[in-house]
Design a protein around this ligand. Structure first.
Ligand code: ANZ
Ligand code: ZN
Length: 811
């Protein structure tokens, strides 16, 4: 009897060997086809937790499988090392963010290695190192040069008592109070840097050729929010024009009021002296609320009359102008024409302020009575001058064309997507490479002066203002253009910048002549990307945007960074809640790894349920996996003692089981169904265990079957597979072997025809698998329609069964 399966002894031994041999180094040149498998890199928060394992172990399994399928697989890993948590932890533990981050990275990398993941660590990327973030700065300069980076005032939260701006996390509660002094914050406009992602809105709506989850595509579509409609100009008092964006030009004859967003510049110019005070109070209050609060469906639609009016260019009607916070300044033109009969928000607004609600689109079977709610459907236009009788769908075009001809309307497309605000008033990020000079203005740092290093000795405790502002040595520099004293930009970049192009850095992580070596571009695009659904919009939008800009700058030739995307679900605590320290439901993977081993934990996580769905952790399930791996050991570590006689039936059955298993496991891994893959492997193992002791399996078939089992478990359980492979005297390494093939014909069940009789008379013939049990065949016979019609109402007295030949039902 071979010694027992002791994972904690086996696993570190193989890990050291793989590392020493560079088994997982990915060559750039290979005869094998390339396969770039990218999984979202983690934030170096300190410990590799179960969530990381849940994301990475199945990804590693798939990557290993692709390698065995004959691909040259690039499977890199790195750390998303800038960002707020490092600053917070640094403050709490009184340690520099750099030290804290690098120590965490060390620790997490060794945990990844202990997981048995086949990452090629020679390609590691750490975004907080100058050799990485220098290219963030370089990209920024290219964007700037091409008009894709610009500076503009944008609203940030500001505490009037502390006299400082606040990060979003520093604003508390519904009342939006400062976390330090509890004063209500206000919005303040700060000059901030933006990337012009809106220039790509239309292209970002196209997903041709992408194998992405429908859910992500929908989320991105909604995020971009394309609306077709028209811009219509209403002449206001004093000769100014109010432009509105509407998706329903067909309702224009039903406008009874106008609403401006509180931030709209015309609020100030239009408000009459009598309304001054009321309007100002309303605008101040509105500026304290967030967009989400302002546009919540259940929030009352409020407003204040400005005292001014404007004229509907279609009907000539004069309508009052309000300011109201359900209108957002950042969308469309920041002004809305109120059509209460056909828009829900306008309807409640009109009711509240007793404004008329004329119907201009006739609802079906409408009797002319006043509406009790807005009618938003289609219908014939009425009370609409020359358009009366026109169906609303047609009316949209006709009304716009009419206005275009007369110069007060134009067809437009509006997007919800906003430009990407990249400025952060934080220390732990990439400095923005810009210098402000009193005489030359905004001067980009010359490329030759990069990187602009993040000073290590700045005070980084957040004050709400950019910490670098208080670092005189950083801030005061000569202007690169004229040499006179100037000031650096002291904001740092959003960390989504780092992850927007990191997949290119893995190709040549230490390349110093550019963000990546163009000679390595054959790796792109990424063939498979995996990660959490929480990145469906921001990261995955910026990611696509970057590649499109890089294409337009002539750096790459692809249109999309990722061909195939897969989102895993989330692993929850035993209580089905998100794992968190405060809930006390956190599962520590290290505990399992040191006792049961990484293979067990990997397989267990994959066995919980479909990877795409996630689910709660169930500690009892881990025993099943433990038992299975011990059984694999018993089956494969040695033996059997082959008898002289060979049972050909049993041998044939094993062979068939082998082909069936290879086929099913292959299909399951392809489809990321790791749970059913493991179920098949368990079944196959049981089959092997069942027939092992007889010793009557043909030795060649036995050995082939056992070795097939090991090859199939090599991706999910790489250590035990390698160990047993070696014990069987097979050549190192199992991870360099080809994935086993199967013969579809041999994988299908052998069928036999069974005759079905009722009281000795032939009634039906059924084709059943040769290895079907008596119960299965009897059940099938009883379901046969021809049998049912004979047996109905009668009592079955006896069933005669001749295996593989006949069923006779006696009634
Ligand atoms: C008149 C009208 C009549 C409208 C009607 C709708 C129905 P989507 O589809 O989301 O693009 N709107 C325009 N700008 C706005 C802003 N800045 N803040 C809040 N609402 C705004 O919505 C477009 C519609 O939302 C526009 O069409 C406008 O109301 C409103 F029977 O114009 B509509
Ligand atoms: Zn200058």
């Amino acid at each position: 009897m071979a010694d027992k399966y002791v994972a904690p002894e086996i696993e570190p031994r193989w890990q050291a060997r793989w590392e020493a041999d560079g088994l997982y180094r990915t060559p750039d040149e290979s005869e094998r086809p390339k396969y770039y498998f990218l999984t979202m890199y983690p934030y170096p928060s300190g410990d590799l937790h179960t969530g990381h394992w849940y994301a990475e172990a199945p990804a590693d399994t798939k990557a290993r499988y692709m390698r065995m399928r004959g691909y040259n697989v690039l499977f890199p890993m790195g750390f998303d090392a800038f960002g707020l948590p490092a600053e917070n932890a640094a403050i709490k533990n009184n340690i520099h963010p750099f030290k804290w981050t690098m120590a965490n990275i060390e620790r997490m990398r060794s945990q990844f290695q202990r997981m048995g993941a086949m990452f090629d660590w020679s390609r590691q990327v750490i975004t907080c190192l100058p050799e990485y973030y220098v290219w963030n700065q370089w990209f920024f300069l290219q964007f700037f040069k091409h008009g894709l980076a610009y500076r503009q005032k944008a609203a940030v939260d500001f505490c009037p008592s502390c006299n400082t701006t606040l990060a979003r996390e520093q604003v508390w509660g519904e009342e939006r109070r400062c976390e330090r002094c509890e004063t209500q914050v206000v919005k303040r406009d700060l000059e901030q840097w933006f990337f012009r992602i809106t220039a790509y809105a239309e292209e970002l709506l196209r997903f041709d050729g992408l194998d992405w989850p429908e859910r992500v595509i929908t989320m991105q579509r909604n995020w971009i929010g394309r609306s077709e409609g028209a811009e219509i100009a209403f002449g206001a008092d004093g000769g100014e024009e109010i432009k509105v964006f509407t998706t329903r030009p067909d309702t224009t004859y039903g406008v009874t009021f106008m609403v401006l967003a509180p931030e709209h510049p015309m609020v100030e110019t239009l408000t009459t002296p009598e309304q001054q005070e009321a309007v100002r109070a309303y605008v101040d209050a509105a500026r304290r609320a967030t967009e989400i609060e302002r546009t919540a469906a259940d929030k009352p639609k409020t407003g204040v009359f400005t005292g001014a009016s404007c004229v509907n260019p279609y009907s000539g009607a004069r309508v009052p102008v309000y300011v109201g916070d359900y209108v957002l300044y950042s969308y469309g033109t920041g002004a809305v024409m109120g059509v209460p009969a056909h828009d829900e928000r306008d309807f409640v607004f009109a009711q509240r302020y007793a404004l008329p609600i004329p119907v201009v689109i006739a609802p079906p079977n409408w009797d002319g009575a006043a509406l009790s709610e807005a009618y938003t459907g289609p219908g014939a236009m009425i009370n609409s001058g020359p358009f009366d009788g026109t169906p609303s769908a047609e009316g949209k075009q006709a009304v716009v064309a009419f206005g275009v001809e007369r110069g007060f309307a134009k067809g437009t497309i509006t997007y919800r997507l906003r430009d990407w605000l990249i400025s952060r008033q934080r220390y732990w990020g990439t400095p923005i490479p810009i210098i402000y000079c009193p005489s030359c203005g905004t001067v980009p740092v010359p490329e030759t002066d990069l990187p602009v290093l993040l000073p290590e000795d700045s005070e980084f405790v957040p004050t709400g203002e950019s910490p670098l502002k208080h670092d005189a040595r950083f801030k005061n520099v000569p202007c690169p253009a004229c040499g006179e004293p100037a000031e650096r930009e002291t904001d740092t970049m959003d960390t989504f910048m780092d992850s927007s192009w990191y997949q290119y850095r893995y190709l040549s992580p230490h390349h110093s002549a550019g963000p990546f070596d163009p000679a390595k571009l054959a790796w792109t695009p990424v063939d498979q990307y995996t990660g959490g659904i929480e990145h469906a919009t921001m990261h995955l939008m910026y990611f696509r945007f970057f590649t499109k800009v890089m294409r337009d700058l002539g750096m790459v030739e692809i249109n999309e960074p990722v061909t195939r995307l897969m989102n895993q679900g989330m692993i929850l605590g035993e209580d089905s809640q998100k794992m968190s320290k405060s809930r006390g439901n956190v599962v520590n993977p290290d505990d399992y790894v040191t006792t049961l081993g990484a293979d067990t934990f990997r397989c267990y996580l994959m066995f919980i349920g479909p990877w795409s769905e996630g689910g709660p952790y169930r500690p009892e399930g881990i025993e099943g996996i433990t038992r299975w791996l011990h059984r694999v050991w018993t089956v494969a570590a040695d033996g059997p003692k082959f008898a002289d006689a060979v049972d050909t039936e049993a041998t044939r059955a094993l062979l068939r089981k082998r082909h069936k298993t290879v086929q099913a496991v292959t299909e399951d891994i392809e489809g990321f169904r790791f749970n059913t893959m493991l179920a098949r492997l368990m079944e196959f193992t049981s089959h092997l265990a069942r027939v092992k002791d007889s010793g009557q399996i043909d030795p060649a078939v036995w050995n082939e079957s056992v070795e097939t089992l090991l090859l199939l478990i090599a991706p999910p359980a790489p250590h035990i597979a390698e160990e047993l492979w070696a014990r069987r005297g097979k050549p190192y390494s199992i991870h360099q072997q080809r994935w086993p093939a199967f013969d579809a014909e041999q994988a299908t069940d052998e069928m036999v025809t069974v005759v079905i009789q009722v009281n000795g008379k032939l009634r039906d013939r059924l084709s059943v698998p040769a290895d079907a049990t008596r119960e299965q065949v009897e059940a099938l016979a009883m379901q046969s329609e021809k049998v049912v019609s004979q047996v109905e109402g009668a009592t079955v007295k006896n069933v005669v069964y001749v295996a593989g030949r006949l069923v006779n039902i006696v009634v």
